[in-house]
Design a protein around this ligand. Structure first.
Ligand SMILES: Cc1cc2nc3c(=O)[nH]c(=O)nc-3n(C[C@H](O)[C@H](O)[C@H](O)COP(=O)(O)O)c2cc1C
Length: 173
């Protein structure tokens, strides 16, 4: 069975915290399935070495990629992710940045899809309040949305549900 590589970038630790919370949830269902990496110290070979990939990314500086992801993503230019199953989770602040909520999820998924990846882990926008987001297609985000600034009481349940969803979609559950 293929393993899952979970790659996160995090400037103030919130995405890192959620990444490890997510690993705990995966471990409950499938011990040892998930390896966690900080994208800031990850090579392209490590990234592409996984058949199943989860990316965690916060949006920074009003609609921008988190710094380590901004540095890593150009390295994927010309790299094939064909056949890989990828799911994304994003952290943002819907109250403070309601016109750019989770934008980085949209930018990141664009790049991953250009490389030929299959995108899973879409998540309904019900229960969030924001004006605009590059991460939205119709009534779904392109990945799990987490708001540790405004809705941290919902994080654990959201992570748990999404992990179950992704295990099913990756056909690993
Ligand atoms: C200066 C600044 C700009 C931000 N810009 C956005 C934004 O455009 N969209 C958004 O959804 N969240 C934005 N956020 C909120 C962060 O994404 C959020 O706090 C996130 O949890 C940080 O994750 P990290 O600690 O892993 O870096 C911003 C926060 C700060 C302080």
């Amino acid at each position: 069975m293929g393993k899952v590589g979970l790659f996160y970038g995090s400037s103030t630790g919130k995405t890192e915290f959620v990444a490890y919370q997510m690993k705990d949830q995966f471990d409950k269902r499938a011990p040892g399935l998930v390896d966690v990496f900080n994208i800031g110290s990850t090579s392209v070979e490590q990234f592409t070495g996984y058949e199943y990939i989860i990316c965690g990314i916060p949006t920074w500086n009003t609609g921008q990629l988190q710094d380590d992801w901004a540095f890593f993503l150009p390295k994927l230019k010309g790299v094939s992710l064909k056949g890989k199953k990828i799911a994304v989770f994003g952290l943002g602040d819907q109250n403070g940045y309601g016109f750019n909520f989770l934008d980085a999820v949209g930018t990141l998924t664009d790049e991953l899809l250009k490389c030929g990846a299959q995108l899973w882990g879409l998540w309904r926008t019900t229960g969030y309040q924001f004006e605009e987001s590059k991460a939205v297609v119709e009534d779904h985000f392109l990945g799990l949305g987490i708001d540790e600034d405004g809705q941290n009481e919902l994080t654990t349940a959201r992570v748990e549900r999404w992990v179950n969803q992704v295990l099913g979609e990756f056909e690993l559950g």
